[in-house]
Design a protein around this ligand. Structure first.
Ligand SMILES: *Cc1c(COP(=O)(O)O)cnc(C)c1O
Length: 400
């Protein structure tokens, strides 16, 4: 029998290595709801790290919708959707999402992560080719691996490389059995805050007969006339086979979704394993997401977005970056590239002493040696919050 201590010893060694590399991470207990300020232990901090871009996570109308659903349907969903957990509230959300995105149908999962995993692994298999932008989210990378398909990666937004991969993949097809090609990218990239070149990618995927999946995790709620995302803003809905997003960021709730054709959704209901073999999302979160869509699609959504973009411009100025971002580049995510892991942690510590919460983002969330502060703004930040950011930031960057 092996020494029971070797298990703990082995894990401790691995943790020590993370500490040595400046990559060890810990949970912080947040004692308040999400908002422009959060309470961590005894400290009240200005929060510039949340994905609650429109300030909806603690919005009374979302909470009221959640409470209603809790009263009507209970705390838990009881089973997977295909057994007896497919509650009316789930169907209502799916109808609302399809209308919001102007697609035939929608399906919701318990998280964005589960959405990517179930969807990509259902659509693609061994022999197929999945083509990924280098910077896509971990959930997409994991899903691609799980599918067993061949994976090809192009440097971020490198259209030439994408085209050469597509050329290669279609030549493979001519040589023998047909395989599918799926390109996956994001509309707004989670760590860079920049845009996938969707128009160009659509042109390429159509030229080469590939399918396209776009993750709108950081765009849903923020772009387009209805604010359903960048696909709407660019009028590409009919060109993107698989539209993905999360309900946990600008929508202030929890869960993930796929919007697309009725056929796609029927297929996923049957084949997406993270849907089939997982308890249905809780009624409260499902109802909160509906309330969020109602707010976002109304004129109030437009007002909140306008405030968000004003705040984003101001915040850029606060940290000494150009604030005259053209509307076509607007994003709530402002990455401040540091590189060295320890320096990024140091800067974050200085900011925290000044009452500003922006954790350092390190490997494995971004590549090694590409540590950064990922500053995010929300519609809930006030002029006073932003003034504090400017002051504390100036001090922190001067500190050794
Ligand atoms: C957050 C995120 C996800 C995962 O969504 P969750 O609902 O948080 O699980 C997927 N893709 C991207 C780009 C994300 O930023």
């Amino acid at each position: 029998m092996s020494d029971p201590n070797t298990f703990i010893d082995e894990l401790n060694q691995r943790l020590d290595k993370l500490r040595q590399d400046g990559l060890s991470r810990q949970l912080r207990v947040v004692e308040s709801p999400q908002g422009a300020t959060i309470q961590i232990g005894q400290e009240s901090l200005l929060n510039f790290s949340s994905n609650d871009y429109l300030g909806l996570a603690n919005e009374p109308r979302l909470k009221a919708a959640a409470e209603m659903a809790l009263g009507e349907f209970g705390a838990g969903s009881g089973a997977s959707r295909l057994i007896c957990g497919s509650l009316k509230v789930h169907h209502q959300l799916e109808e609302k999402l399809a209308e919001f995105k102007r697609t035939e149908a929608a399906i919701v999962f318990s998280s964005g992560y589960a959405t990517a995993l179930g969807t990509i692994a259902a659509l693609m298999g061994p022999g197929d080719v999945i083509v990924l932008d280098k910077l896509v989210h971990a959930s997409i990378v994991d899903a691609a691996k799980l599918s067993g398909a061949r994976i090809r990666v192009f440097p971020h937004n490198d259209l030439n490389k994408l085209e050469s991969i597509l050329k290669w993949a279609t030549q493979q097809n001519r040589g023998g059995e047909t395989s599918q090609i799926l390109v996956v990218t994001e509309s707004i990239f989670s760590m860079e805050g920049d845009r996938g070149l969707l128009l160009e990618i659509v042109r390429l995927k159509e030229q080469y007969g590939a399918w396209l999946m776009v993750d709108e995790a950081h765009a849903t709620g923020l772009y387009g006339q209805r604010r359903s995302g960048l696909i709407e803003a660019l009028d590409l809905g009919s060109h993107v086979e698989v539209q993905m997003g999360t309900l946990g960021k600008a929508l202030g709730a929890a869960g993930g979704y796929i919007c697309g054709s009725r056929t796609l959704i029927d297929y996923l209901v049957n084949r997406a394993r993270s849907f089939v073999f997982s308890t249905a999302p809780v009624p409260a979160a499902t109802a909160a997401a509906q309330a969020a869509i109602d707010i976002i699609a109304s004129s109030e959504g437009a007002t909140r977005c306008a405030q968000l973009w004003r705040n984003a411009r101001t915040a850029r100025g606060c940290i000494g970056e150009p604030s005259d971002v053209p509307p076509a580049d607007e994003s709530a995510i402002i990455p401040v590239h540091i590189g060295d892991e320890e320096r990024a942690v140091q800067l974050s510590t200085h900011l925290r002493r000044g009452g500003i919460f922006i954790p350092a983002i390190r490997y494995p969330t971004v590549a090694r040696g590409k540590a950064r502060l990922r500053l995010t703004v929300t519609a809930a930040h006030t002029t006073a919050h932003l003034a504090t950011l400017a002051k504390v930031w100036a001090n922190a960057v001067m500190s050794p």
